[in-house]
Design a protein around this ligand. Structure first.
Ligand SMILES: Cc1cc2nc3c(=O)[nH]c(=O)nc-3n(C[C@H](O)[C@H](O)[C@H](O)COP(=O)(O)OP(=O)(O)OC[C@H]3O[C@@H](n4cnc5c(N)ncnc54)[C@H](O)[C@@H]3O)c2cc1C
Length: 412
């Protein structure tokens, strides 16, 4: 029997397992595939305190509806009418008003800035390479109108501890010569960083194993045996397990697992794609964000990754080639040198999105020994380390270092 059983081997489950093992807990982690085979595999790897404006923001639902019939749009809501989706859309529309957004913003910025500091500590401790580099990100705009909107957002997040520096087109191209001269300008966010996401999760899982964490891969959690307010047993495709506490970190699959416990968690999967290229001859040295195209570009040691699009289409793993192609075509409007770069991998992943853009880090009131850590949407890599810390503080009965009330499960 373990003290703690974690379901899900993505960034959230692995950060939680590592943190708990550091504090001496006996931990088992169960993963249905390989470690980091879900959304934590091929994402942009950006660690972005600058992204503290939640997805649920004024104008976003309307933009999604406008783009509904465009097969190349970077934000797409697939019409599908089940109860969970309609409930989620209503909650999303409600959370997208200015009031709720302004309440979510300081919560996200505190989480993101704390997590960024932990990444820095992990990198300084060394032990495994994960491509950590903190030179900031550059948000780049093609039109003056979009730049003005970007500067407004920079001003807003600047009020919550995010450092920003605006750059005109010439300054931007001097800093990042791979950009096309036509860009209107941009913003440098120096506290941002970037990592190799799968390298980080797999490396940290190995460190956790050295600290005693038992990891079972290719093992799927199917059901639970419960008694009153207690989960007695976790039943998997490879046997049944018991533990004092169960922590659910199953990303976009979390609502499916919780359904077995008759708990409703409004998380919708938001599919995104990445295209990984061999490093082109002209390649950026800064991670870049193109808000008009909703694409991010991350330079790794020997690769360049373009990532983007957000498709609310349920648990759908199909690859929509036109949207994938649009990521590359749109990136080429900002960047030189992409035309002949060889593709090494096309990937899709499902972001676990709550309707209000905040994750759930919470005990479940239905069971005394269940904790949920899920719903990190577009920020799961950035928020992994702080989530691991807060979740382990909850599990060990300590006072969490941040107020977790805005992240509780019962808020929906
Ligand atoms: C295109 C794209 C780009 C992105 N870019 C960034 C970025 O630049 N920066 C950033 O911060 N975030 C980014 N994200 C978001 C980030 O990838 C996610 O928020 C994060 O990976 C979620 O981590 P997770 O551990 O919650 O979920 P996952 O990584 O999906 O892990 C959940 C795990 O649970 C397992 N599981 C599910 N059900 C079961 C079961 N029944 N039994 C056992 N195991 C189970 C799954 O197999 C999976 O491995 C991006 C996402 C996408 C799609």
């Amino acid at each position: 029997m373990s003290d703690i059983l974690i379901i899900g081997g993505g960034v959230i489950g692995v950060c939680t397992a590592h943190e708990l093992a550091k504090r001496g807990a006996k931990v088992m982690l169960i993963e249905q595939g390989e470690i980091s085979s879900g959304a934590s595999y091929g994402n942009g790897g950006l660690i972005v305190p600058s992204h503290c404006v939640p997805l649920a923001a004024p104008g976003v639902p309307l933009q999604g509806l406008k783009w509904m019939f465009n097969p190349e749009s970077p934000f797409y809501i697939k019409p599908h009418f089940n109860f969970e989706f309609l409930e989620w859309m209503l909650l999303f529309a409600y959370a997208s008003r200015r009031g709720p957004m302004m309440r979510a913003l300081p919560v996200l910025s505190e989480l993101l800035l704390s997590s960024g500091r932990i990444f820095d500590e992990i990198a300084r401790e060394g032990g495994f390479p994960f491509g950590y580099e903190q030179k900031g990100t550059l948000a780049v705009f093609l039109t003056q109108r979009a730049l003005d909107k970007g500067l407004e957002e920079a001003h807003l997040v600047g009020g919550f501890g995010v450092e920003t520096r605006s750059l005109n087109g010439t300054e931007l191209c001097e800093l990042e010569p791979a950009l096309r001269a036509e860009v209107a300008g941009g913003i440098h966010y120096p506290q941002d960083a970037h990592i190799d996401p799968a390298g980080f999760v797999i490396g940290l899982a190995e460190k956790a194993m050295e600290l005693g964490v038992k990891i079972l891969t290719h093992t799927e959690v199917m059901r639970f045996e419960t008694e009153g307010k207690k989960i007695n047993q976790v039943q998997t495709t490879r046997g049944d397990f018991t533990a004092d506490q169960v922590i659910l970190c199953a990303g976009a699959w979390s609502p499916v697992v919780l359904r077995e416990l008759e708990i409703n968690l409004p998380i919708q999967a938001a599919k995104g794609y990445s295209i990984t290229l061999e490093t082109p001859e002209i390649s950026p040295s800064y991670p870049l964000m193109f808000p008009e195209a909703r694409v991010v570009v991350t330079p790794f040691k020997d690769r360049l990754r373009l990532a983007g699009t957000l498709e609310l289409a349920g648990m759908d793993f199909s690859i929509q080639s036109r949207r994938v192609d649009a990521i590359r075509t749109n990136s080429a409007k900002y960047l030189q040198g992409l035309e002949n770069a060889k593709v090494t991998e096309i990937w899709r992943g499902l972001r676990p999105c709550t309707p209000d853009g905040l994750p759930v880090i919470s005990r479940a009131k239905q069971f005394d020994n269940l904790i949920v850590a899920a719903g990190h949407a577009m920020l799961g890599m950035s928020l992994g380390p702080i989530t691991g810390k807060l979740t382990s503080q909850l599990a060990l009965g300590e006072n969490p270092e941040m107020d977790l009330a805005p992240l509780r499960l019962e808020r929906f």
